[in-house]
Ligand binder design. Structure first.
Ligand SMILES: [Zn+2]
Length: 194
């Protein structure tokens, strides 16, 4: 799967791109909670090493990122219009590009041959959708909002014929009158890092 590394922004995979992480490193990155979809070998290796050595970056990941990610999990998002009583903080978006990749395609082809409905694409699309929604909610948090209304999710082909899909989410960031304490805390952390 060719893609763009979310850390260094360079192309990953293919003949010209940076190397993709190998399975063991990928597993370790996931176990440490530092794995990002589409990350290149070099970036994941350096993050995993720093995290392992108890580098200051680890405290950023565990102490700062976790209340923020748990706050985004708690945030309410809905396709319904913004309630009149709440404060609209503006448009927020999030997206995630996923490569369906040759392995997945092969797997789908094989399972389709045997008459089994393959869920590989669906599972990937589901994970990408979650990622896009989390990114959208993070943008909302940065605006001091604790909910997102008018949410729309789109799945589009990012590059024609290369098996790259883009999931995008958009909505209206809304500051409700009753913000949960976890969300208030996450907003404070984000404000402090500006
Ligand atoms: Zn990278």
């Amino acid at each position: 799967m060719a893609g763009i590394c979310p850390i260094c922004g360079e192309k990953v995979g293919g003949f010209t791109g940076k190397a993709e992480p190998f399975q063991r490193l990928l597993d370790e990155g996931q176990a440490l909670g530092v794995y990002k979809y589409g990350i290149c070998l070099d970036c994941l290796k350096s993050i995993v090493e720093k995290t392992r050595q108890g580098h200051p970056e680890k405290s950023i990941i565990t102490q700062e990122a976790s209340p923020i990610s748990s706050a985004t999990e708690k945030m309410f998002s809905s396709p319904s219009p913004v309630p009149a009583a709440e404060e609209d903080r503006g448009l927020v978006t999030g997206y995630c590009i996923l490569g369906t990749g040759p392995l997945t395609s092969l797997f789908s082809a094989v399972t389709d041959t045997f008459g089994m409905k393959s869920n590989a694409y669906l599972e990937k699309a589901r994970a990408a959708e979650k990622e896009a929604l989390s990114m959208m909610k993070l943008e909302a948090l940065k605006l001091g909002a604790d909910a997102v209304y008018c949410v729309r999710i789109n799945l589009t082909e990012a590059t024609s014929g290369n098996g790259m899909l883009m999931v995008s989410a958009s909505g209206a960031a809304v500051k409700t009158t009753a913000q949960a304490p976890e969300i208030v805390k996450a907003i404070e952390i984000l404000d402090g890092s500006k």
